[in-house]
Design a binder for this molecule. Structure first.
Ligand code: ADP
Length: 629
């Protein structure tokens, strides 16, 4: 009977006390709604618990018979009979207990299965806002440990409440039936036992808490330093010794706490033993007195049955006293999970969502306003038109709202005011799956799933043939690299594509978009953070797309910008200027400033860009961009 295991513990922490859920009938109803589909199995569990509790108490009751009818009457046959009977019922009780725990586990697993699926599909409906504003760790915890906790609640908490209550009830009935005075004596001594238990338990709980903290610390160090990027940092900074010392220190602290903790258990057992003998002695004393002076019918067997039953009451009483904490914790767990279920789905399919038969790809932003949270307006009055087949480059200082603008097209977020239309239909009216199928995004942060290159390509187009894939990879300028790999298309990209360089990943993700062949292509700083060779390769892959497809590109490289039909200059969430490169330069405004600080620097770094520049300006003599330099 451990007074508080390593997980949880007997007492609520301050934080748990503060976050105690209000246990309302609605909450209980909701919890039980998950049990309802398994009502039949639950009934069976209840039956098993009743029978096995009874069977487990029966040997105690039979000790009276063993003493009175067997030993005292010197009847060997009766003695053997009751002994065998005791053994048989014990065995039967245990067998039923096994069956019970099987059904119980089955129910718990099925309930968590239901909950996990429900949670996963709910989370998938959450908008991007949810994922950016919630810690990824929290989301995963909700999916894993919290729902796992439910399993424990069902297999441990619920079933422990049931089986302990039933055992207690049966034991009490049996005691009162034997002798009500002795039964009362027995009940009076129960607190004598439980009070020290609780006190000792509290001390141990404190230690458990402390060691939990140290344990977290140790885990923190492990997570930090044994991760791919953590190790890289440790190695590059030569911090191996430092990290080892840090780990060793925390490890040592843990050992001493663990020793203290297990010794607290020993003290506790000692106190427990002392007090558990007080109860029986009292019953022997009062029982003896009754038997000798007032109640000649009372037998030695009866007294020993009462002593034995009293012994069987300690554990259930103690468990039930602690169950309150577990109960609150369980309810808090359910509440946490339900809170997640209750987060409204803010971006969902319209009731009569439209699926157009064919699309051209015109995108119109009309007086669009947007904010991530109400305190700060990110986009103010954004209006522009992107005609099918044309391309727009969005430029502007970092944080001005460029990515936000493009994220509104596939409805990663919804506008606060104004509208975004696709082929004349408000994107909020379009079928969400259809809309997202029309949009292909290549962002700076490329994400490849763990798997092969082929897997990653098929993610975009499950029925793509080998030829389709190769053609796309060629267009994305990455086929040569893949062909040179031993396993070709079946090369593993590694966890999140870590085995590939940034440029390689980027080009694979471009191939993925080419395969998807959306109506609108969006390149969100696809070439930033790359070396100039990679950038050139990507540029060569992107250029033909920009020239032939409806596309929006966010860029800070002149070469990319020049390929677009129109340039929008965004500043502080508004469109500050728009026009062609030439028009914008002559305005002497934001664009000119960007050009002088950002673009021309890039220009100096790259011959390729100046080649392009030359090409453009070469066709328009007299319009030299550097005239003011
Ligand atoms: P840009 O693409 O021009 O660099 P963004 O569109 O990414 O700018 O961001 C515009 C502003 O919105 C920035 O101030 C940024 O901090 C803020 N922002 C971007 N994403 C989020 C988000 N998920 N939640 C809250 N604020 C955000």
């Amino acid at each position: 009977m451990p007074p508080g295991g390593r997980m949880g513990g007997q007492y609520l922490t301050e934080e748990e006390k503060k976050n105690q859920p209000k246990i309302t009938p609605e909450l209980l109803k909701r919890v039980f709604s998950y049990l309802r589909p398994y009502a039949k199995q639950l009934l069976l569990v209840l039956l098993c618990i009743i029978v096995s509790s009874f069977f487990s108490l029966l040997p105690s009751i039979l000790t009276g018979k063993i003493l009175d009818d067997g030993l005292l009457k010197q009847d060997f046959k009766a003695l053997v009979y009751y002994i065998v009977l005791s053994l048989v019922v014990t065995l039967a009780g245990s067998l039923i207990g096994v069956g019970e725990s099987y059904i119980n586990t089955w129910i718990a697993q099925h309930i968590t299965f239901d909950m996990r699926n429900q949670m996963y599909s709910h989370l998938q409906k959450m908008s991007q806002k949810f994922f950016t504003s919630n810690n990824q760790g929290d989301i995963i915890t909700r999916m894993t440990s919290d729902i796992d906790g439910v399993k424990t609640v069902i297999t441990n908490t619920f079933s422990s409440i049931l089986s302990n209550s039933i055992t207690l009830i049966i034991a009490m009935i049996a005691m009162f039936q034997k002798n009500w005075i002795l039964a009362l004596v027995g009940i009076v001594v129960v607190p004598l036992f439980t009070l020290p238990t609780r006190k000792a338990g509290k001390q141990r709980w404190k230690l458990t808490n402390e060691s939990q903290q140290v344990n977290d610390e140790v885990n923190g160090i492990l997570n930090e330093t044994l991760s791919v990027s953590g190790q890289l940092l440790v190695k590059l900074f030569g911090k191996e010794k430092h990290e080892f010392e840090r780990y060793e220190k925390a490890n040592r602290k843990m050992i001493s706490l663990n020793i203290k903790e297990s010794m607290a258990g020993r003290w506790f057992m000692m106190i427990l033993k002392t007090f558990t003998t007080v109860g029986p002695m009292l019953i022997y004393l009062v029982g003896g007195l009754l038997m000798m002076k007032y109640d000649p019918d009372l037998t030695i067997g009866d007294i020993s049955v009462l002593v034995s039953l009293l012994g069987r009451m300690y554990m259930p009483v103690n468990s039930l006293l602690n169950i309150q904490v577990e109960w609150i914790r369980s309810m808090a767990l359910f509440k946490r999970i339900f809170d997640y279920f209750d987060i409204p789905v803010d971006i969902k399919n319209a009731d009569n969502a439209v699926v157009p038969e064919s699309v051209t790809g015109d995108v119109v932003f009309e007086n669009v306003e947007f904010s991530y949270d109400k305190s700060k307006k990110i986009l103010k009055d954004i209006s522009f038109t992107l005609n099918a087949g044309k391309s727009i480059a969005i430029v502007g200082p970092s944080g001005s709202g460029k990515s936000t603008i493009v994220n509104l097209i596939p409805r990663l977020y919804d506008v606060d005011a104004g509208s975004v239309t696709f082929d004349g239909i408000d994107v909020r009216q379009l079928d969400l799956a259809f809309l997202r199928n029309q949009v292909g995004v290549v962002s700076q942060e490329t994400y490849l799933f763990n798997g092969t290159i082929r897997d990653n390509l098929l993610y975009a187009k499950p029925d793509a043939t080998e030829e389709d894939m190769i053609a796309a990879l060629k267009k994305a300028n990455i086929w040569d690299f893949i062909e040179a790999q031993e396993k070709g298309l079946d090369t593993e990209v590694g966890n999140r594509g870590l085995k590939l360089s940034g440029g390689e990943k980027q080009r694979i993700s471009i191939a993925r978009i080419i395969l998807k062949d959306p109506t609108i292509f969006i390149f969100d700083e696809a070439t930033s953070a790359l070396d100039s060779i990679s950038e050139k390769k990507i540029q060569d892959a992107i250029d033909p797309i920009i020239k032939s497809k409806t596309s929006i590109l966010i860029a800070h490289r002149l070469s990319t910008i020049l390929a677009a039909d129109e340039i929008l200059v965004v500043k502080d969430g508004s469109i500050a200027e728009r026009g062609t490169h030439k028009e914008l330069l002559s305005k002497e405004g934001v664009y000119r400033e960007l050009y002088e600080t950002q673009f021309s620097k890039a220009l100096l770094e790259e011959d390729t860009v100046s080649e392009l520049e030359q090409y453009i300006w070469g066709n328009q003599p007299g319009d030299e961009p550097h005239e003011d330099d």
